[in-house]
Each structure stands twice: as structure tokens, then as C-alpha cells.
Design a protein around this ligand. Structure first.
Ligand SMILES: C[S@@+](CC[C@H](N)C(=O)[O-])C[C@H]1O[C@@H](n2cnc3c(N)ncnc32)[C@H](O)[C@@H]1O
Length: 260
């Protein structure tokens, strides 16, 4: 299967099966630079604590972004993975529904919610065909997912359909004009895992992202995340103010907030 990198190409037949296969084997947030983030077994309490600790330490912009959403509102998370973010949302009083392409993700997040006696609805589903009626959710949230789908534009149309009028989508897509993209290209380091590559890893400019959300009434895009803990000593030693200045311009994450 050839890797799809640019933002325009049409999806191949069978691509979604390859994407599902990749994420079933490479459960997101479990590994960093080829090493396991936790020594605990999947679904043990300490497994989630270790993963969440690493995630929010490295992604400093993420908890404030999640915290912007209002308690008591409904949210659909698309591509929840092991559900670290939707667990945070539920703890903050949101009514959580989450979908993911893989069984392993949905089993894992379901178990965590059950073990903590928390409510949530979880389904294996494809963002290209969201199994909910139109105008259904106050928020749709999706972090680092839609750029991995076979047809990103179709997913965005589906998001537009299921979010309520006046409702909000918050999503992160990868940024092409970023330090990370530049370094990967000159050093020829592949994206995602080294041993097996995710079949689709699209990256967008701000203008391309804005164009994809043009059917929404407002779109706001911020750039964040110069790099994470994978950059080792650089991440630890770089002064915070410098990190923040560079992140705003050449960060890896396009943080998109759009209103229907
Ligand atoms: C990079 S991981 C991100 C997981 C989680 N959002 C996080 O930040 O840890 C991508 C996730 O999106 C899911 N995914 C990819 N394509 C999808 C699609 N078309 N519909 C639903 N989920 C999808 C994968 O199964 C995987 O769990």
C-alpha cells in the first residue's frame, strides 16, 4: 500500500481496511520513539495514568483546549483511541459519545469508563459515515484523526451534519509549514511508527484547512506544538517563551475551532 501524503489525492479501494489494521496494531499514545510509555497492562488503572501523564506533559496546549468546552453539553469524540481526552471531558461534566475505527480502542475506553462507573456511549464506526442523526451534538472533538482517514473531506461533511446549528467542532490536523515536517523531510525520518507506516498521514497549510471548513459559519485556526518529548533534551531545555513563540508559527498542530 502506497503512503498518501498530499492533501488532494483520491482514496484507494480498501484503504480504510489498511488504516484500521495499522491502528489496531499501533494503539496511539502507548509508545514514544519506539519505547513503551507504561509497564502496566492495557486497561489497568496505572496504564491510563501513565499514558495521560506523558500525553499532557508533552502536549501542553491540550488540557486548556479541552477545558474550553462547557460542562453539561454533549460531545462526540471521533477517533478516541484509548479515550484519554474523552475521559477528561467526562470528568469535567460533559456527556460523552465516542467512535473509533478499531475494536481495540473502543473496548479499552469502554472498560475504563465502566471501571470508574462513568457514563458514555462508545461505538466502532467510521468518521466517513457517523452513525448519528443530523444536528445531534453540541460539540464534535477530534484530535489527530481526520488527517489519517481515507477521505478527510467526507469526514468533515459528516461532522457538519451531526453537529447542532451553533455547535462547535474542535479538531487538530497536522501542519505542513512546520518544523516537524521540515525535519522529517531533510532527515528522511518517516511519520508515525518506524517499522510500519500509517497508510495516510496528510498535512495541511492553514489556508487549505480553512478551505476544508468553508461550509462552517466561522473558523478559527491556531498553531501549537513545536515538538514533544520525542525531541529529548531539546524539549526539556528550550525556554518556555521561545517554545511558545515558535509553536505559534511553525508548530505541528493546526488547532481548528469551527462553528456551524
Ligand atoms: C493518531 S490516533 C489518535 C487517537 C486519539 N485521538 C489520541 O489523540 O490519542 C488515530 C485514531 O483515529 C482512528 N481513526 C482513523 N481513521 C478513522 C476513521 N475514519 N473513523 C474513525 N476513527 C478513525 C484510529 O483508529 C486511531 O485510534
Amino acid at each position: 500500500m502506497k503512503k498518501i501524503e498530499d492533501s488532494q489525492r483520491q482514496p484507494e479501494v480498501g484503504l480504510t481496511d489498511s488504516i484500521r489494521g495499522f491502528w489496531s496494531k499501533n494503539v496511539n499514545a502507548e509508545r514514544l520513539m519506539g519505547r513503551s510509555v507504561t509497564s502496566s497492562e492495557r486497561v489497568e488503572g496505572t496504564y491510563f495514568i501513565d499514558l495521560a501523564e506523558q500525553r499532557y506533559r508533552s502536549h501542553r496546549h491540550l488540557l486548556p483546549w479541552i477545558g474550553d468546552m462547557m460542562a453539561g453539553k454533549t460531545v462526540l469524540e471521533i477517533g478516541c483511541g484509548v479515550g484519554l481526552d474523552c475521559f477528561e471531558m467526562a470528568e469535567r461534566g460533559m456527556k460523552v459519545t465516542a467512535i473509533d475505527l478499531t475494536e481495540i480502542a473502543i473496548e479499552t475506553v469502554k472498560k475504563r469508563f465502566q471501571d470508574n462507573a462513568m457514563k458514555g456511549e462508545f461505538k466502532i464506526a467510521n468518521a466517513e459515515e457517523i452513525p448519528f442523526p443530523e444536528n445531534h451534538f453540541d460539540y464534535v472533538y477530534s484530535f489527530g484523526v481526520l488527517h489519517h482517514a481515507a477521505d478527510t473531506r467526507l469526514c468533515i461533511d459528516e461532522v457538519l451534519r451531526v453537529v447542532k446549528p451553533g455547535g462547535t467542532i474542535k479538531t487538530m490536523l497536522y501542519h505542513r509549514h512546520s518544523l516537524n515536517e521540515f525535519l522529517h523531510r531533510i532527515l528522511r525520518v518517516p511519520f508515525e511508527e518506524e517499522d510500519e507506516l500509517c497508510p495516510v498521514v496528510r498535512r495541511y497549510t492553514k489556508d487549505e484547512a480553512r478551505d476544508m471548513f468553508s461550509k462552517f459559519s466561522t473558523t478559527n485556526i491556531k498553531v501549537e506544538y513545536l515538538f514533544g518529548e520525542g525531541y529529548g533534551i531539546l524539549f526539556k531545555l528550550m525556554p518556555r517563551f521561545l517554545y511558545d513563540i515558535f509553536s505559534k508559527h511553525i508548530g505541528w498542530h493546526l488547532m481548528i475551532t469551527a462553528t456551524k
